[in-house]
Design a protein around this ligand. Structure first.
Ligand SMILES: NC(=O)c1ccc[n+]([C@@H]2O[C@H](COP(=O)([O-])OP(=O)(O)OC[C@H]3O[C@@H](n4cnc5c(N)ncnc54)[C@H](O)[C@@H]3O)[C@@H](O)[C@H]2O)c1
Length: 392
């Protein structure tokens, strides 16, 4: 047991410690946004369940439809010097929530890319549930070790073709500063490695592993998350190396779909997450988007509820011409994009605090670590040695 006062210490958008109570409160706040509905018992496997969209999908599934199942994520335990990662604390609270809701939901802390993790998770599914109805794949990782050839692949955030300079937002002592960031063009090898990390190969391996073990329930469906985004972020994201990986993921959906497997990608809107705040220019773009949309900006939880409603058939699938579920229509609406572009062009070092919703973005980044959460006493000592949830 170790009680400490935890303060946000770090550089840029990265903090060294996370606040257990803030992380727990955020999970409760997510659950509080969900209106309960009933359906027949469903079993879900969520890969990337501790953070961002995967966490929202897990909590939405639990609180709206009372799903059972397994969540997989890769988080760090507390050490004598540092707290656990935020995802560790959020997972502990999600498990508490699941148990209060009377659900049979398990959390595995392991590398999703490893075959050993797949075996462990599949054993658990076979033993507890006999199969799964849904697999949600929401991993965002900087690297992947392929257990089948021992290679380590690194994902690169680079352009394809020519280098590019973008405006971006940073913070100095909590005040926003407008910066310019240069992005190099990726080499062929960097593009290929990014596709290995964030493309569809590992998703496909999960689906085949479930299929080989006979763990796909009738009407099984699987969704992997993808992003399109604005013209403003196009050179960095969709037309960049990460965009090549997303195109591969979307292509994988088409090859995975067959009798007994409905594989889809879901295009989600921009959100502040640990993964997205690492991408140059995205912070500024999201801050402007929030300035333009305010409360009309669809949260990860609103999108996840919509995703579950579509997966359960409560509402029809909202697919585009390429067969992707669209949860980002609010973001890419022409009037919204026009307004964001005008603000983007107008942003200067002097007016950045007004033109962009910089204060909101800054608080959102801190909330990723459990700071700036209303109702939490940050001067009080808090227990940092929280255990990873035990199986039920
Ligand atoms: N954030 C956005 O704006 C946005 C928009 C649309 C789509 N998406 C997509 O959503 C998905 C999730 O991204 P996010 O922004 O929610 O990221 P995130 O950083 O909030 O979450 C990533 C999750 O992946 C898990 N993870 C990372 N490496 C792992 C590993 N080796 N094994 C097991 N789990 C691992 C983490 O533990 C965490 O649960 C990605 O496919 C991303 O492209 C994000």
């Amino acid at each position: 047991m170790s009680e400490r006062v935890i303060k946000p210490v770090g550089r840029g958008f990265l903090f060294l410690d996370s606040h257990p109570d803030g992380c727990a409160q955020l999970v409760r706040d997510l659950a509080g946004q969900v209106e309960r509905r009933t359906t027949e018992r469903r079993v879900a496997l969520v890969i990337g369940s501790s953070s961002g969209y995967g966490l929202a999908a897990t909590v939405a599934g639990l609180a709206r439809y009372g799903i059972d199942g397994v969540g997989v994520s890769f988080e760090k335990a507390p050490t004598p010097r540092r707290t656990a990662t935020a995802g560790w604390y959020r997972t502990a609270e999600t498990a508490a929530l699941a148990s209060e809701l009377g659900r049979d939901f398990h959390f595995v802390n392991a590398d999703a890319f490893a075959d050993t993790t797949k075996s462990e998770v599949l054993d658990l599914i076979a033993e507890r549930f006999g199969g799964v109805d849904h697999l949600i794949y929401s991993v965002a990782a900087p690297r992947r070790v392929d257990p089948r050839n021992g290679e380590t692949y690194e994902s690169a955030l680079r352009t394809i073709g020519s280098p590019y300079r973008t405006k971006s937002i940073g913070f100095e002592d909590g005040s926003p500063v407008l910066q310019e960031v240069g992005l190099e063009a990726a080499t062929e090898d960097e593009i290929a490695q990014t596709v290995k990390v964030m493309g569809g190969e590992d998703w496909a391996r999960w689906v085949s592993a479930l299929e080989e073990r006979g763990l796909l329930k009738p009407d099984f469906s699987t969704v992997a998350l993808t992003y399109i985004g604005s013209e403003l972020t196009g050179p960095i994201y969709r037309q960049g190396s990460i965009g090549a990986a997303k195109a591969d993921l979307e292509q994988t959906a088409l090859t995975l779909s067959k009798d007994g497997v409905r594989a889809l990608t879901s295009v989600n809107g921009a959100a502040v997450t640990q993964a997205s705040s690492a991408i140059p220019g995205i912070g500024l773009y999201v801050s402007l988007l929030h300035k333009v949309l305010g409360e009309r900006m669809q949260t990860p939880m609103q999108q996840s509820v919509a995703l579950w409603d579509q997966l359960t058939g409560a509402t029809p699938l909202d697919l585009d011409d390429e067969g992707r579920i669209r949860l980002d229509r609010w973001e890419l609406a022409a009037d919204v994009q026009d307004a964001v572009r005008a603000q983007w062009d107008a942003a200067t070092a002097e007016n950045i605090a007004d033109v962009a919703d910089a204060a909101w973005f800054y608080a959102e980044v801190r909330r990723l670590y459990g700071f700036d959460v209303p109702g939490v006493d940050y001067d009080a000592e808090t227990e940092v040695d929280v255990e990873w949830p035990k199986g039920v």
